[in-house]
Design a protein around this ligand. Structure first.
Ligand code: NAI
Length: 291
């Protein structure tokens, strides 16, 4: 049974995945190198759960249980007892490989090492390990507690037992699993590239403002968020890196060419909701400021 979960990275995705696992009754240790992020994750979760109690979706006892199931830690060694670790740190292969190498020395040989990467090759992350057969992609969508779909991506090295156990665990957490091949962007992020890319091109060519494009896609296209709202929601830093990785991984196929507008947003620190500024401005609760 997979009961002890380690989450690495307490940002947008790590904090959401921790909530999912804790709600399913697992004991979760969340590790981040940034102590402020850990504190923020704890207080944000408390607010989210309080809202769920107010709306009658969960009772106060469940709120307490979920909170008690999560321990926020600033030492990687505290994840040593994990049956499954899911990494959700910065989208950078070298940084992820270094972390996985360090992690493998701390955990038992049975521990499954999952990565929430959006676009990097699982095979290359796994290659950093002495036992690459224990590594697998477990790709949640944002916001993890609400989005039903999770892509599970075995690398060429991953054992079938690890894949079966990962799929079973994620289904036990109430999610719907799509087992995807280890190709750049997997399924959803690859299909999503032209959604952002074409919207950015229309904006850069001066045919419409980003607000007009968002409005059209919502009212006419039936999308819940327009492409610019969605990029702000995901994080322009994260989304830019994903586009760049998909572009280079497909041998510079022009279909995936990244946009300078998006690059400059990431460079300027205009990450979107999480930084208070992106294509739109946001207040401290992450709500769009209407000017
Ligand atoms: P984020 O920027 O919100 O959080 C990343 C966290 O990792 C930060 O709190 C940072 O302090 C921490 N961190 C960085 N290096 C670390 C290290 N070496 N050890 C421990 N902690 C470290 O990023 P986000 O959006 O949560 O993305 C994380 C991963 O999830 C990325 O691989 C991303 O591609 C993927 N992802 C992101 C989605 C999104 O919509 N934002 C959706 C699905 C996957």
């Amino acid at each position: 049974m997979i009961k002890n979960i380690g989450i690495i990275g307490a940002g947008t995705m790590g904090s959401g995945i921790a909530q999912v696992a804790a709600t399913a009754g697992c004991k979760v240790h969340v590790y981040d190198t940034n102590k402020t992020v850990l504190q923020d994750a704890r207080s944000k979760l408390s607010k989210i759960l309080a809202r769920l109690v107010e709306k009658g979706r969960i009772g106060p006892a469940k709120k307490e249980e979920i909170e008690q199931n999560i321990t926020y830690v600033s030492d990687l060694k505290d994840l040593a007892e994990s049956d499954l670790v899911i990494e959700a740190i910065v989208e950078n292969l070298t940084v992820k490989q270094k972390l996985f190498k360090e992690l493998e020395q701390l955990v038992s040989k049975e521990t499954i090492l999952g990565t929430n990467t959006s676009s990097l090759s699982i095979a290359s992350i796994a290659s950093a390990l002495k036992h690459p057969e224990r590594c697998i992609g477990i790709h949640f969508f944002n916001p993890a507690p609400l989005m039903k779909l999770v892509e599970v991506i075995p690398a060429v090295q991953t054992s079938s037992t690890v894949t079966t156990r990962a799929v079973q665990t994620i289904e036990d957490w109430g999610k719907v699993v799509a087992v995807a091949k280890d190709t750049p962007g997997f399924i959803v992020n690859r299909v999503a590239r032209p959604f952002y890319g074409e919207a950015l091109r229309i904006y850069e060519e001066g045919f419409a403002s980003f607000a007009q494009i968002d409005d059209a896609m919502k009212r006419l296209g039936g999308f819940r968020m327009g492409p610019f709202e969605l990029m702000d929601f995901i994080g322009n830093d994260v989304n830019y890196v994903v586009t760049e990785t998909v572009f280079t991984s497909f041998y510079f196929d022009p279909r995936y060419k990244p946009s300078f507008t998006q690059k400059r947003m990431a460079e300027a620190g205009y990450f979107g909701r999480k930084s208070g500024k992106g294509y739109y401005d946001y207040d401290e609760n992450g709500s769009k400021v209407i000017s």
